[in-house]
Design a protein around this ligand. Sequence first.
Ligand code: PEP
Ligand code: MG
Length: 902
Amino acid sequence: MPDKKWVYAFDEVGEAEEAVGGSWDAARGLLGGKGANLGEMTRLGVPVPPGFTVTTEACNAYVSGDEAFPEGMWDQVTAALAKVEEKTGKTFGDPTNPLLVSCRSGAKFSMPGMMDTVLNIGLNDEVVEGLAALTNDPRFAYDSYRRLIQMFGSVVLGAADEGFEEVLTEAREAAGVTDDAHLSVDALKQIVVRFKEIAVDFPETPIDQLRLATEAVFKSWSGKRAVDYRNAAGIPHDLGTAVNVQTMVFGNMGEDSATGVAMSRDGSTGENSIEGDWLVNAQGEDVVAGIRATKPIAQLADEMPDVYQQFSDICHRLENHYREMQDLEFTVERGKLWLLQTRDGKRTAQAAVRIAVDLVEDGLISKEEAVQRVSPEQIDFFLHPQLDLAARSAAADEGNLIATGLNVSPGAAVGVIAFDADKAVEMAEAGDKVILVRPETKPDDVHGMLAAEGIVTSRGGRTSHAALVARQFGKPAVVGIAALDIDLDARTMEIDGRVVAEGEWLSIDGTLGEVYYGKIDTVVPDISDRWLSSLLDWADGFRRLGVRANADYPVDAERARAYGAQGIGLCRTEHMFFEAERLPIVQRMIMTEDSEVRRQALDELLPYQREDFYGLFKAMDGLPVIIRLIDPPLHEFLPSFEVLTVEIANLKIRLASGDGDATALQAELAEKEQVRDRVEVLHEANPMLGLRGVRLGIIIPELPKMQVRAIFEAACAAQKEGTKVIPEVMIPLSSHVNELRRLKAVLTKEAEAVMAEQGVEVEYMMGTMVETPRAALTAAQLAEEAEFFSFGTNDLTQTTFAISRDDAEAGFLMEYIKQGILPENPFASIDADGVGRLIQLAVKEGRATRPGLEVGICGEHGGDPKSITLCHGYGLDYVSCSPFRVPVARLAAAQAALNDKS
Ligand code: PEP
Ligand code: MG
């Protein structure tokens, strides 16, 4: 393809856009995010050093071919370079007026630090002398040269970083300085010589430098750390990276030069104020690597007021143009401001919400866009644990607040210390919660950061690698704790004289930037954030799906309601049976075969259940409450056969050896044997497929009858007090309409009897869970009896796949997912092809029998964003999930509706 255009100058961004059909998104695909934005800034008149972009298509051709540039590409590069020479009036490789360029990666989606960059290309032994003479600054020239050799050496030639760092450290020690900026020209010349001994193949010819650097960037797309990052961030592997070649400008040309990175809004809180770090007389990587202590951006306003003003204007201009918060890189070369990069800024979940809402209030984006811009995972983050206030102050009083640093990623994390990424992964795999503690993080550490609960570093600023990655993955992090001294050999860290070893507990508060020694309790915060409520209110206006909560107790119901639930989709009544004072009564009820004894036990349980339901009705005044009748097999309420057998054996031994009062031991033994015999009778080989759900109600009708009595006595009482009650009684695990018909008749009679006794008419429905394939397949028949359906997708998944929900996740299922046999865990996200089709069929056929049939879902999938999208498509009326997931579900349901083009 000799005629194909592989290279676009920054001022040809319009052409690139046209070449891919005029869409900005496609242009970003072709030029990469960085290249497209450099082009766009050039088009907007923002000062950008001239340069050009080699397309992602060229990268794909290179990596998928045999690592050869596609035909015509290199000629286009040299032609574009000639144009840059023309624009800048400088010449590549000319010692009398040299053009230096950078060569940077830039994929469609930003992958901070994952791929390669080489700066100062164009210097060699001759050009460096020219540059020194031209700038009258040999220190600057040789510093730039040693940086080129160092970067070229490590990035292109694969020499280890440590070798270069050692030379620098020795030079600093020999000169008695702590900072590279104070090394003399002679020292730098020496360093250049020694660096060349490490980077032996360093090419003197500038065009060879550029060619090899371009190849290195292309290759870095397929490097391990880039591949790992893409896997973690869900970025496709076939996008390729572009290469941006750009005129170098220098922030290290003296006290009127500087370099920095900044966000147009605060990336941690979302506040509308520029946030960033910068350094006088430095080059870009000095800021990002976090090796030198940076200055906050506010100080730029004091030290270089004109530059700051110009920069702040550009921030606003770019934000308005992109209608999004920007992350910018800038350099000041002898008082002149240059923008080197802009991209959408990474942010914390809190900031994402606040920025989206503020941009609507600023008139820049619509409410629909705001709702689309925040991910359900980010909403989830609001409900992340925070350190318990009281426990935190107690820890502080005990002197356990050991450090404070920058609060770069909020939330609390508690875990044991790991001092390197591999160790963090190893410990996490062994089941530990881990805090990764590092001097600073690098792209090679990402796997450890992902495995850790939280991250602590002793160096680095708000925009350091550690901060960016932690925010992106929602890991709480505290960075830049200068007082923290980590000894990687001894596997300890020292802070203010206190030594803490690997494996000891730390608790970190990424919201405040605090690090505590020890393990502090965490609590889940409430979500009364004004920005979050606005966003969720808007989401409510767009969604069609209702959102209910699975809640068993009034306090859960209250929380669910505060989080925006529109009813209870599932109250699992059996949970209440396990409470200490109730369990003996439940056991008595199960143990007996005497109907009178059973009736008495049930009479004792009735007031407890009535009170539970009364509380639920009160909390959900005006909203529907689905109460599911008892579901699990009865043996679950009794001790296990194995435990009883051991206890009985022990009692017999004690009796035989005269250990204890014989009469008491005899009595205890008799009781245990009785329970064991009953457990044996109730034992089933497959209890999940046994006497449970509707079947239990048919065999022991007194039990669900008691529950229905409790429901209606509570409903009548609440309604008499003026509460609007909307009970929906749900029968679990139906497979055949006859089961439902039989039990429903018994229960309806009981409900009517209670209402007659109470002299109150309560509007109610009786429905069923659809959680077996047969129920779904015969939905048309079930709907003759059921006034509503609720999909129990936990059981429906179990029974459709014939995979045990209790065992599989600890066993082969994860192996299936690892091997790609199943695309994902069907207990987490609805299996659209199997379970999903059963749901679709049941909805359609159920509604054919009973138009307007209410259908919802109450399995765990009800809180999973992907499944919520499916449920929207299936035409369900609502999803029901845990109270904590309700805000997530509200947003996901809105996004499903907004994405629904049908
Ligand atoms: C289900 O099966 O999806 C369900 C909600 O019921 P449980 O989890 O209680 O069996
Ligand atoms: Mg179930």
